[in-house]
Design a protein around this ligand. Structure first.
Ligand code: NAP
Length: 606
């Protein structure tokens, strides 16, 4: 084993442990920003892409292919970097306390970041000017004498900034500042790489960065918060494609004549990159409803997929031992693209957040593998951080759903047939319904109300109406809490982001463990489009698919009002015993319409 490989492996492991410790401290409140933050940091694949796009291929037959692949990789990674940091910042800007909202905007992070960059540029320029030998041109001094060492220091500083940036996500108070630091880290890494001694032309780099800035910036600024899961998936696909393209370019350049260690890393890079690319595209298409959300399965599917995987692994091993240019490489890449499609197609849309977190982790591994191919330590570090974060988030989600990762990936969960839905709708007891007028009267006499938001609130886009209702109740002296289940909605932290968007201060949001003891004192629990996360069968019914999943114990409140359109089940496809509880009343209809009517009634009662 070469020393450099040994060092790389140590760095990979240590960054993984560090990532684990930092990411376990990120509260569920910030899990969605965490997803897009690690995604933005994973755009460090840009560093490798810049070198590939700007290198000299004059002695490589058809070297333009490498330049073209590098240009495409720069475009993909730059889109990721611009879009990822912008949308994370947009999200984090929404998380404010009541006091901060009353005070107006927080201290502008943008100004601080700009000041930081300016100060840094001035200090660097002063050092360069002071150390330049007399009579030597600045360009020559920079390229020949400064660049190689400076680059190493730039990468060390960037790595530290990424770690500190993720650390900032352990509290909403420091999260924006942390992300500004991470963005500065990315800026330093990119600017440093532009002085890389292998870069001889900036034409394709400039064009790729420009396209990435326009596309990524547009996506980051315009995409609605409800579309964050599909944007994250799309972003993973671009990052993974960049890693795959850089790997193909390196193979093409050296025609397979690379060391066995490098070839092993390169195989990993292109295989994981290719399958993450197509897998993420399918995930994004399912979430955007461009593809049917139900699991698409076919006979012999697992055997076919396993056969394909065996073929890919066989080709990879053969390539490492043959160490020569062979069409097997391109076949392996093609099969990996197909494998990514087959991996995600049988998974239901509702399970996509777990899949996206896993693909995030794969994307990180592809980045780290690229780091091993190019022996670039910053890519190894960020790839490892990204890989750990995605893996940990997917495990947390599985645990909160009381399901195994195997069940998510191969269980074809979420196939609610029409018959099942109809059966679920069959009355199992008496269901009491209530009107907005009656609800308003009940609210008038309540002192303590807990709101339980769920996926239906996102579907109805009812978060602003819910926030207004809570504000009115508070103004009337009612204590209002929001109870947040870790997997309410369809992505980790989904409800937190929506409520933050609707200006609900984050100290009003309470996590499941903290709020469960408060339910018996609540006069009313208002369930807004939540279903599975309130189902008592998870506690009482051993035969239920939900059995064992921790739930919000709303059945312990004095009375419960559920806002949903029908008796249809939620994501797990099981009937909810809560609706037959004599304390429970159903306010049927679209959640936003129902709350709007409720607010009108409450105002008329004044
Ligand atoms: P849920 O169990 O899926 O139930 C959502 C309910 O919202 C449905 O019963 C639906 O009933 C109602 N609804 C839909 N549109 C509505 C509208 N316009 N107005 C009013 N109600 C509406 O949601 P949940 O309680 O939030 O639970 C989340 C589920 O997703 C859990 O099973 C969890 O395991 C799973 N999951 C979550 C994540 C995550 O990261 N958050 C990831 C993967 C899976 P009607 O059709 O009758 O209106």
């Amino acid at each position: 084993m070469t020393t450099e490989l040994e060092v790389g492996l140590y760095i990979f492991m240590l960054a993984g442990f560090l990532g684990y410790h930092i990411i376990t401290r990120v509260p569920p409140l910030l899990h969605t920003p965490l997803m897009s933050a690690t995604n933005a940091i994973a755009a460090i694949s840009l560093v490798g892409s810049l070198v590939v796009a700007g290198s000299d291929y004059s002695n490589v037959p058809n070297g333009w292919v490498c330049t073209l692949l590098g240009f495409a990789a720069v475009t993909c990674s730059a889109t990721n970097a611009f879009g990822g940091f912008l949308i994370t910042d947009r999200m984090l800007r929404m998380f404010k306390t009541a006091e901060e909202r009353a005070r107006g905007t927080r201290r502008p992070v943008e100004l601080q970041a700009f000041g930081g960059v300016l100060a840094l540029v001035c200090v660097v320029a002063a050092i360069l000017y002071a150390t330049k030998p007399d009579g030597m041109a600045m360009g020559e001094y920079l390229h020949e004498h400064v660049a190689p060492d400076a680059l190493r220091y730039c990468y060390i500083i960037s790595a530290a900034m990424f770690v500190l940036g993720l650390k900032g996500l352990s509290s909403p108070k420091f999260a924006r500042r942390g992300m500004a630091l991470a963005a500065l880290g990315m800026f330093i890494a990119i600017v440093g790489t532009l002085f890389h001694p292998h870069i001889v032309t900036y034409r394709w780099i400039g064009l790729g960065l420009l396209i990435g800035a326009v596309v990524g910036g547009g996506m980051g600024l315009r995409i609605p918060m409800t579309a964050v899961p599909q944007r994250t998936a799309l972003s993973h696909s671009l990052g993974a494609l960049a890693a795959c393209l850089v790997g193909i370019s390196e193979y093409f350049r050296y025609q397979g004549a690379l060391s066995r260690v490098t070839l092993t890393a390169l195989d990993f890079e292109v295989v994981i990159g290719a399958l993450t690319f197509t897998g993420s595209l399918i995930a994004a298409a399912k979430l955007q409803e461009l593809l049917p959300g139900r699991p698409i399965t076919y006979r012999g599917q697992n055997i076919f997929s396993m056969g394909l995987l065996a073929l890919i692994a066989g080709s990879a091993i053969y390539l490492v031992f043959s160490q020569a240019a062979t069409p097997f490489f391109y076949l392996m890449v093609l099969l990996s693209f197909v494998f990514g499609l087959l991996l995600v197609i049988p998974i239901g849309a509702a399970d996509m957040p777990v899949v996206i977190a896993l693909l995030n982790s794969y994307g990180g591994l592809a980045d780290a593998a690229m780091g091993f191919v190019l022996m670039n330590k910053i890519q190894i570090i960020t790839g490892s951080l990204d890989g750990t974060s995605g893996f940990l988030l997917s495990l947390l989600m599985c645990r909160a759903m009381n399901r195994s990762a195997f069940n998510v990936l191969f269980g074809a969960f979420g196939t609610v047939s029409e018959e099942d839905a109809a059966a679920a709708a069959e009355a199992k007891g008496t269901v009491r319904s209530i009107t907005p007028e009656e609800t308003a009267v009940l609210f008038e006499t309540s002192r303590e109300i807990i709101v339980v938001p769920g996926y239906g609130m996102a579907v109805a886009q009812a978060q602003h109406a819910v926030a207004e209702l809570a504000k009115i109740l508070r103004e009337r002296g009612v204590e209002v809490k929001f109870a947040i289940h870790p997997v309410a909605g369809r992505m980790p932290g989904h409800m937190n982001v929506l409520l933050a968007e609707a200006n609900v201060p984050y100290e009003y949001l309470h996590e499941m463990e903290a709020v469960n003891p408060a339910f018996p004192q609540a006069d009313i629990v208002l369930v807004v489009g939540a279903n599975d996360v309130t189902n008592p069968a998870a506690k009482n019914n051993k035969s239920s698919p939900l059995y064992g999943m921790p739930i919000l114990e709303v059945d312990r409140a004095k009375s419960i009002i559920v806002l949903k359109r029908s008796m249809r089940p939620g994501f797990a496809g099981v009937d909810n015993d809560l609706y037959y509880n004599e304390k429970c009343m159903m306010l049927f209809g679209d959640a936003k319409d129902s709350i709007t009517k409720l607010i009108t009634e409450m105002k008329s009662l004044l």
